[in-house]
Write a protein that binds this ligand. Structure first.
Ligand SMILES: [Zn+2]
Ligand SMILES: [Zn+2]
Length: 313
C-alpha cells in the first residue's frame, strides 16, 4: 500500500514538523534515491520508489483543508477498502481505477530492463482513446530481448544500431564490460544491457536523452496520431508513474485537462511546465486499487442474484 500526497503538500508538512529544505533533501535522497540490488542498503532501507511501483492499494492523503474536516477524504478511502475486503464486489470500480488498471496492465508489456510504466489517454468521459507503455519504437527490438554478447559476436544484427555496431569506442567498452557477465551468462540468463547506462558511462555524462524507449505517455499520445482517432482536447491522461517534463509539455499542447499519476516525486515538470499559462491541466494523485488488489476487491464471490435467492430459501 502506498499513501501519498502531492509533493508541495508533503514538503509543507515536513517544514511544519521543523525540517529545513536541506534536511528534506537529505531524507529524500536517502528514501527515494537510486537503490538497486547491488547496493546493500536496498535490502534494509526504506525504498519509496519501489513501494510506489509495487503498491496495489493507493491512498491519497490530501490536505485536510480545515480544522473540522477530520480527514474525511482519508477516512472515506480507508472505509471503502475495508468494506471491499470484507465484501468483494460491494461496489464497482471507479472510472479512475478502471483506467489506471488498464495503464497498469499495459505497463507489463514494457521491454525496458530498468522500469515499466503504463499510460492511458481518455476523452472527457473516461472513454479510453489509447494506451501506451515505455518501449522502443515499433520495429526496433526492446532492450529485454537484446544481448551484449550477440552485439559483440555479430549475431542478430538487426537488433543493434549502426552506432552500436560501428563505433570503435562503444564496442571496446562493451567488450570490456562483457567479462563480468560471463558467469551470469552461464546461468542461462539473457545478458541485456541498458544502452543509456552504457552510453552515459562511456561519455561520463548523466544524459536522459539517450534512452531507446519512448515514454509510456508519449507512446499513448502517438498511437492516436498513428492509427487515427478522436481528438483528446479536454481529455485525461493516466500514468502509473508521473509525467516527465517532455511528456507534460505534450499533454499541455494536446489540451489534456486532468493528469492522474502515482509517483509524486516529479522533478520540476509540475511547477515549471504544467503550472504556467492559462490552460493548466489539473494534477490529481491517484487513489484506489489496481493490479492484484483490483481483482481481489472487485470480483464478487458469487452473483448477487444467486446469493439473494439462496438466502431466501
Ligand atoms: Zn531500456
Ligand atoms: Zn515522459
Amino acid at each position: 500500500m502506498a499513501v501519498s500526497c502531492n509533493d508541495d503538500e508533503r514538503k509543507r508538512r515536513l517544514r511544519g514538523l521543523g525540517y529545513t529544505d536541506a534536511e528534506i533533501d537529505v531524507v529524500d535522497k536517502e528514501e527515494y534515491g537510486k537503490l538497486d540490488a547491488t547496493n546493500q542498503k536496498a535490502y534494509v532501507k526504506q525504498d519509496i520508489k519501489a513501494c510506489l511501483q509495487r503498491a496495489d492499494l493507493h491512498v491519497s492523503n490530501p490536505d485536510s483543508g480545515n480544522m473540522v474536516s477530520h480527514f474525511n477524504s482519508l477516512a472515506d478511502q480507508l472505509l471503502t477498502f475495508v468494506a471491499l475486503m470484507i465484501r468483494p464486489g460491494l461496489v464497482t470500480p471507479t472510472p479512475l481505477e478502471r483506467c489506471m488498471q488498464i495503464a497498469y496492465t499495459a505497463k507489463l508489456n514494457s521491454g525496458c530492463i530498468s522500469r515499466q510504466v503504463g499510460a492511458v489517454v481518455t476523452d472527457v468521459n473516461f472513454s479510453v482513446q489509447s494506451v501506451g507503455w515505455n518501449d522502443t519504437p515499433f520495429g526496433q527490438v526492446p532492450c529485454s530481448l537484446r544481448n551484449r554478447f550477440d552485439l559483440t559476436n555479430g549475431h542478430d544484427q538487426d537488433a543493434y544500431s549502426e552506432y552500436e555496431k560501428l563505433d570503435v569506442k562503444f564496442i571496446s567498452a562493451a567488450l570490456a564490460g562483457n567479462e563480468k557477465f560471463l558467469k551470469v551468462a552461464s546461468t542461462g540468463r539473457n545478458i541485456s544491457y541498458c544502452f543509456k547506462d552504457e552510453y552515459n558511462q562511456l561519455t561520463g555524462k548523466d544524459n536522459q536523452v539517450h534512452t531507446r524507449s519512448l515514454h509510456a505517455e508519449e507512446n499513448a499520445f502517438l498511437q492516436i496520431a498513428k492509427y487515427g482517432g478522436r481528438g483528446v482536447e479536454d481529455g485525461k491522461l493516466f500514468t502509473t508513474a508521473s509525467p516527465c517534463e517532455l511528456c507534460s509539455k505534450k499533454a499541455y499542447q494536446l489540451g489534456i485537462k486532468e493528469i492522474y499519476y502515482i509517483d509524486p516525486y516529479p522533478g520540476i515538470a509540475m511547477s515549471h511546465i504544467l503550472m504556467g499559462g492559462s490552460k493548466n491541466p489539473k494534477l490529481i494523485i491517484f487513489s484506489g486499487a489496481i493490479g492484484r488488489a483490483f481483482h481481489n476487491l472487485y470480483s464478487p464471490k458469487l452473483s448477487f442474484k444467486d446469493e439473494l435467492n439462496a438466502l431466501s430459501l
